[in-house]
Design a protein around this ligand. Sequence first.
Ligand SMILES: [Ca+2]
Length: 258
Amino acid sequence: MVERWAVLVAVVCIAGGVAVTTPALGADEFAVGATNVALAAGGGHIVAFSSHVLDENKQPVKQWQVSNVIDGIHVTATERPRDSYGWSSAVPPTPTAPQWFIIAFQNQKTRLITRVRIDPTTDDPAEIGRWAKDFKIVVSNTTQEGPWVEGKSGRLLNKGIPQTFDFPPVECRFMKVVVTSNWFSDQFVELGEVEVYEAIATGDALDQLIIRLENLLQDLKRYRDSQRYNQPLRPELKPTMTPATTPTATVTPVPKPQ
Ligand SMILES: [Ca+2]
């Protein structure tokens, strides 16, 4: 049975013409889980955040509230969801006064995490410089006030695509996403979606194979998107930072206080 699946993996790789690597996993190695454990529908939730944009009555603007970063809804080149444009802070971030939010998982469980996938895309175009740029992922296995352990620092591309960042597996009960800069706006910082994936240790060959097939499926989707939208496979690995070619808005955005 396992051998048949192994053949299938090879066939899928060849048929797709995709340079997908599925390295062999030893019993003492980790695989990346295929389930986004931050997703609100799966129990992920925001426990604290620095700010989000408010309307004239000091109420959150639904289209820009912080919970939009874990709702599984993406703004794409062809899809502009009516009620979820992403998160917009109320003020711009600075290195000394960053904007941030803290994600916890279902039932406040500790997860061994190893990958985040960040989509900076919001309903505003990349050209106005509000999308998140430099960020830091810190984790706490105790309280939502810390102490914090650094998981990953990185810089997003100013492109409307999800970007993957891997780091050594770390136990996490609270994951704080700290955004220290946007691209140049003095108004807000915005971010579309954050996904979190676990490191899964298993010695069972069939479980490993299922995980690898699920990861392969994600790689194939990424490859499809790279072909469809002329995007690099792993844009975060490219050193160049070019402005995104963001499509013209097709819906009227909700006005934000300036
Ligand atoms: Ca979202």
